[in-house]
Design a protein around this ligand. Sequence first.
Ligand SMILES: [Zn+2]
Length: 81
Amino acid sequence: MPTPFPSRHAAPTSWIGAANIKPTTPSAEWRCMRCDKLLGVCRDGRMHLRFARGHEYFVGFPVVATCRGCGTLNQATAPAR
Ligand SMILES: [Zn+2]
């Protein structure tokens, strides 16, 4: 029996690269409603907050945070999709 030898063996490389990069992953930015300062970034249904000196937090919704720029209290009730 002849062994089937697929000639299109180069095809899978394209979807391997796409799976690692995932360009369609949404990274919704959460910004202050008054001064538009970036407060956090929504990732995988949670909010990623980053503070000075390398402190980072992943928190669930709803999220309430005070803007570092103008002091406005901002609230995000659900992840932006
Ligand atoms: Zn602000």
